[in-house]
Design a protein around this ligand. Sequence first.
Ligand code: BDR
Ligand code: CA
Length: 316
Amino acid sequence: MAAEPVILDCDPGVDDAVALLLALAVPEAIELLAVTTVAGNVPLALTARNARIVRTLAGREDVPVFAGAERPLVRAPTFEAEHGPSAFHGETGLGTLPLTAPKGDLADGFAPDAIVKLAMARPAGTVTLVAVGPLTNVALALAAEPLLAEHLKRIVIMGGARSAGGNITASAEFNIYADPEAAQAVFTSGAPIVAHGLDVTHAVRATPERIARIAAIPTARAQAAAELLRFSHGVALSIGNPSAPLHDPCPIAWLLAPDLFTTRPARVAVECESELTRGHTAVEFRVDPATAPVAWVTGADADAVFALLEDRLARA
Ligand code: BDR
Ligand code: CA
């Protein structure tokens, strides 16, 4: 089967970086048209730099990196590092990963415009947009080109929570909290959406055993992933959790092996009015499956997801 054309919008971010390493390791399955970056875990200048660092690490300078929105649609920026003990991603955004000089410049152009141009240049129903940061770039792209929502094959998101509860507030998951207006625009855009919220990512945990298996793989991409996951593990322990969830690699793993995940048809609305519940995702399963715009991911075979990650990171 031909590789699937994909645009990956992200805010690296430790787990974004692992998602990127996975996506960059599978050219036979994913034709990465571009990586686009957004402000989120850390400011835009760092997410744009970090994506280029990971691209260099993977030896994939053929993939363009575009920088996008510096701030949410209407709110002040919420950098993840300013919440809690900071530091789910460290000051650089890449935990304790030694920073090497990235090869290759940023591509010219604003990420939302690049998303529109690259997706509309391909036949309708072929390009998948994966978004694992705040949804600002995606919302701007959908607003700039009203035909984009129906032109995309689908948007695969990491964001939101139903039964798991929030991770930035009691109600909200970080990516949706950071730009709730953008998330509401995306979830109601009419584009087919596959949403990996905390309900699934909290069930796919980077346990010490799983990290050790990745650390034992002698490739540069596995070594980098192990360092990133070790950092997340340390943060998890420091806040009383036994292990860290593997958020952003889940949408990439779903693209590679959807059978490892379970989904339910849903409709999703995002709370934008109340400050108390800002960014809450109201996930309604009482829908007509034939017309439901969202496939809400409810679970995953975590061992198989990690086996897939190990296998692809073992590639030189
Ligand atoms: C999401 O928020 C970020 O901290 C992670 O990169 C992930 O995309 C999890 O809530
Ligand atoms: Ca992210």
